[in-house]
Design a protein around this ligand. Structure first.
Ligand code: ADP
Ligand code: MG
Length: 359
């Protein structure tokens, strides 16, 4: 059964939000650029915003149904929502802040349950403090504790870590993953951060300008997005417009010829290759047959080290940029340096064929 089934229409002055998706997975990520409509979706789920049309169900229960005139009140929805600009009550202690939500749910709390949770969230020593004395990461933990204590049937998190420093963000990320493993509460997590989306998602909904580009299993979306706009959002840098397709052969507008593993029947407009899927072929090694067909030549224009990775810009004979990402130790082993002439290829199963919203 679907955990979430969402169809909603909402017109704003500048944009029409027309979004439909469903998921059966416990961790759903809504991914998209700023202004695409992510927060609007959460506001509709939580009941803060009423769509002009649509049907919204959670675990089979209808929260909204325009034609049946159902619009469940916010306090009946049993949703734990951590909005983007979430703040704690400054004049209440941490303990009062944590217990605030429970008061309205008439939930009888087991003292040990609270203790266990605050210990797990590492805020036990802060209970009598006021929010001003807490760091950003600690405040988010308090907010999480408040939400978890109401035992919601769904948790909504709207870019909860965007204001935090990287190490604290990683810490909180793994904490939420950990919690989501054993509380059995489904979570919808909104982010515009690629890495965060990947780490968190079972399923991922990609939204763009108020529309859904894809809703699928995480690996499908990351490895084979249907839309070139998704490929761009995922920072897949090698994208070429297709001029012509002849069975398995793709001809791009800039003159490349790619061999795809099977006949292409879909109406696709772009071909994309992830920088990490391009392989630099050593001159002193025989070529594996797999790489013979999609073999290209160029020279290194630039190398940029990002942590353990070398991001290499190659210029081909037409002075077109191609981006390659390989582990730094491999780059060192291959003696990569500016102006070096190289040949490169990729396994054709990594070719991404995509359409565009503009066609
Ligand atoms: P995101 O969370 O992806 O950044 P939002 O859902 O907050 O996007 O907003 C998407 C767009 O919808 C905004 O760019 C804005 O134009 C419009 N919008 C959102 N809320 C309102 C509102 N209350 N009134 C008018 N327009 C709004
Ligand atoms: Mg937002």
């Amino acid at each position: 059964m679907s955990i979430v089934n969402f169809t909603a229409l909402k017109k704003f002055r500048d944009i029409e939000i027309d979004i439909s998706f469903s998921s059966e997975k416990k961790r759903l990520v809504i991914f998209g650029p700023s202004g695409s409509g992510k927060t609007t979706v959460l506001n509709i789920l939580a009941g803060f915003l009423k769509p002009s049309d649509g049907v919204v169900t959670i675990n089979g229960e209808t929260l909204f149904n325009k034609s049946k005139k159902i619009n469940m009140p916010i306090n009946k929805r049993n949703i734990g929502y951590l909005p983007q600009e979430y703040t704690l009550f400054p004049n209440m202690t941490i303990k009062q802040n944590i217990l605030y939500g429970v008061k309205f749910k008439n939930r009888v709390l087991d003292k040990s349950e609270v203790e266990r949770l605050v210990r797990r969230l590492k805020i036990s020593s802060k209970l009598d403090d006021f929010p001003t004395n807490l760091s950003g990461g600690q405040k988010q933990r308090v907010a999480l504790a408040r939400i978890l204590l109401i035992n919601p049937s769904l948790i909504l998190l709207d870019e909860p870590f965007s204001a935090l420093d990287a190490p604290i963000r990683e810490d909180l990320r793994s904490l939420i993953l950990d919690i989501s493993e054993d509380v059995k509460i489904p979570i919808i997590f909104v982010t515009h951060d690629i890495e965060e989306a990947y780490i968190f998602a079972n399923d991922i909904v990609v939204i763009y300008k108020g529309k859904v580009l894809e809703c699928n299993d995480r690996d499908k979306v990351f490895m084979h997005p249907d839309y070139v706009e998704t490929a761009q959002l995922l920072n897949i840098k090698n994208i070429w417009e297709i001029k012509k397709i002849d069975k398995k052969i793709i001809y791009t507008k800039n003159g490349y010829r790619f061999y795809y593993p099977e006949n292409i029947v879909n109406d696709v407009k772009y071909v994309c290759i992830k920088p990490e899927h391009i392989i630099i072929m050593r001159e002193d090694m025989p070529l594996n047959i797999k790489y013979k067909k999609n073999l290209f030549h160029g020279r290194v224009a630039n190398i940029f080290y990002r942590g353990h990775y070398a991001e290499i810009t190659i210029l081909d004979s037409n002075e077109e940029d191609i981006f390659i990402s390989i582990p730094k130790h491999i780059s060192d082993k291959l003696c990569m340096r500016k102006e070096k002439k190289i040949r490169f290829s990729f396994d054709n199963k990594h070719i991404i064929l995509s359409k565009s919203i503009h066609e």
